[in-house]
Design a protein around this ligand. Structure first.
Ligand code: IMP
Length: 195
């Protein structure tokens, strides 16, 4: 089965391609070379946005499509930035700006109240737009008091993962891929694809 990843986020695409490499019978390709208009992510939940991206993209390119909608939810901010994670510090903001804004918003909040989670929602749509599968993965962590590490993207430098005592940006890509929300969601999706 050929699966086109409906994302222009190179970091996400690379993680998904690595995580799905070796899945028997699956050829995973990026959206490079496909002409697809920007899809408006206007749903109030990760899964709603993933479904919208998968179905609309499949409709445009007539291929089987995998869409990922993901983000960070911080308890002390009532779940923000949530579905606005990519735009939290303005359109196209860098990882440094996203992290700086989050650290500012959490200034003075003690570690015990800095709990947060990454969620990845996945949806697979058939070339005719039918939804074939959905899956979700969550990883719990704590927002660090400063940025740490240089790997990854987005909020990785401030997302501290207690079991490894590291932020996601302090992990190698392989290490992040063993623990991330995306890994957990893809593991669930692969089970469904195999069945
Ligand atoms: P979207 O799914 O394209 O709407 O964007 C999700 C946004 O959430 C990304 O631009 C990142 O800012 C953030 N995000 C999602 N997954 C990760 C991750 O694995 N590490 C760090 N940030 C992430």
């Amino acid at each position: 089965m050929k699966l086109v990843i409906a994302s222009r986020n190179k970091h996400k695409v690379a993680e998904i391609q690595t995580l799905l490499a070796g899945a028997p019978g699956l050829t995973v390709v990026s959206l490079d070379g496909y002409a697809v208009p920007q899809i408006v992510e206007d749903r109030d939940a990760f899964l709603g946005n993933a479904l919208k991206k998968a179905v609309e993209t499949a409709g445009y390119i007539k291929e089987t499509v995998l869409a990922d909608d993901s983000g960070l939810s911080v308890d002390a901010l009532n779940g923000a930035p949530g579905v606005y994670s990519a735009r939290y510090a303005g359109d196209g903001a860098s990882s440094a700006r996203l992290c700086a804004k989050l650290l500012r918003e959490l200034e003075g909040i003690p570690a015990a109240r800095r709990t947060a989670r990454f969620t990845a929602a996945l949806a697979v749509a058939a070339p005719d737009g039918r939804v074939l599968h959905t899956a979700e993965g969550i990883v719990e962590g704590v927002i660090a008091s400063e940025i740490r590490g240089v790997n990854g993207f987005g909020y990785d430098p401030v997302f501290y993962y207690p079991p490894l005592k590291k932020t996601f940006a302090e992990m190698s890509p392989a290490e992040k891929n063993l623990h991330s929300h995306r890994y957990r969601a893809l593991r669930e999706l692969l089970k469904k694809l195999r069945n």
